[in-house]
Design a protein around this ligand. Structure first.
Ligand SMILES: [Zn+2]
Length: 341
């Protein structure tokens, strides 16, 4: 009788989980194409930046849902190409703090990692990392609610836009499997709490960090305005800037290629290169570049919504990143150099 009851409870709980999954748009997941399209970006961002995910703050139900979506996508997009999907659990404080102590790390979040092995017998032991943070919000969901009344911070630009681009690039490369070096796609949790997901990753890497050719970070790609795109870290490798220029020359965007601080007058751009996940890789002597469309009035506000995004811009940037990835997964090894300006 007791066994029967346990079995019955199990069946009920499974049915509940299934209903929960089918009630959101996770089903849409497999409708994306292997090409990088605006429709696919809308599908990913439509889910990630929906009210249902409550802004994806670390340690919340929305964080779990975003993690599940990303994991399922990595596992199922462009099958049957071989890939490895790993989840790193790590702990972060419930709110942003200075002078972090171990006892502050109380809520669980994730790094979701998908690896596509390279097809060159020698270069496959080297890596190009493509990453971005999937978490949103500068505080917990409860605090955000208090700050904003009933409005939810959906963080569409920051950083559902970069997350969607990482997913689309993954899907494309998984479908062609043409990469000589191994590609590692990482979506980090806990970025908004102090770049904590990438910090955890470089302290607990799934690959040999000495063999990383390049780390590419996508954080806020959705507000391309007057075709101005900021690309940071261009001097973090020897001859890197010159090689990137070939790709920049092929787009009709205006590229502000900088090392540490963009050429914008605005003081909010000071030391911009130090303010997102690639910076933890840079500190490990890994060449890095950081794509960013700029700070705007909706930054870290409830009005950072999907309807404000420039989807043509996201696609243009994704195509530029794509051409850089193709180049750097097969060309000669980049040598790290410290950024001096
Ligand atoms: Zn961000």
């Amino acid at each position: 009788m007791k066994l029967l009851l346990i079995m019955l409870l199990f069946v009920i709980s499974c049915t509940e989980t299934n209903q929960k999954l089918s009630s959101n748009n996770q089903i849409e997941l497999f409708n994306t194409t292997s090409e990088i399209t605006i429709k696919d970006f809308k599908s990913h961002i439509g889910f990630l930046a929906s009210d249902e995910l409550e802004g994806r703050a670390s340690g919340t139900f929305g964080d779990e849902m975003a993690k599940d979506y990303i994991k399922k996508f990595f596992e199922n997009a462009s099958l049957p190409t071989k890939r490895t999907v790993e989840i790193q659990e790590h702990y972060v404080p419930a709110e942003r703090k200075w002078n972090l102590k171990p006892e502050d790390m109380t809520v669980k979040t994730y790094n979701i990692i998908a690896t596509l092995p390279g097809n060159d017998p020698i270069l496959k032991d080297e890596y190009v990392v493509i990453g971005g943070h999937y978490d949103g919000g500068a505080a917990t969901a409860a605090q955000l609610k208090k700050l904003s009344g009933d409005k939810i911070y959906n963080n569409a630009d920051d950083n559902a836009s970069g997350t969607a681009t990482v997913l689309e690039l993954f899907e494309k490369y998984a479908s062609t499997n043409s990469n000589k070096r191994t590609l590692v796609f990482i979506l980090f949790g806990g970025e908004e709490l102090g770049l904590l997901g990438s910090k955890y990753y470089v302290e607990n890497p799934t690959i040999n960090l000495n063999k990383v050719q390049l780390m590419i970070n996508l954080d806020m790609m959705g507000r391309l305005t007057e075709e101005l795109l900021y690309v940071g870290g261009v001097t973090s490798g020897e001859g890197f800037k010159e090689q990137l220029q070939i790709h920049f020359d092929k787009t009709d965007m205006n590229i502000d290629a900088y090392s540490n601080t963009p050429h914008a007058e605005d003081r909010r751009y000071n030391r911009l290169f130090q303010r997102s996940d690639h910076y933890n890789f840079y500190k490990q002597d890994i060449p890095c570049i950081f794509f960013f469309t700029g700070i705007h009035d909706d930054y870290h506000r409830p009005s950072d919504e999907i309807d404000k995004l420039n989807f043509d811009g996201i696609q243009k940037i994704a195509n530029l990143v794509d051409s850089i990835v193709i180049d750097f997964t097969s060309n000669s090894r980049l040598k790290f150099q410290e950024i001096t300006e």
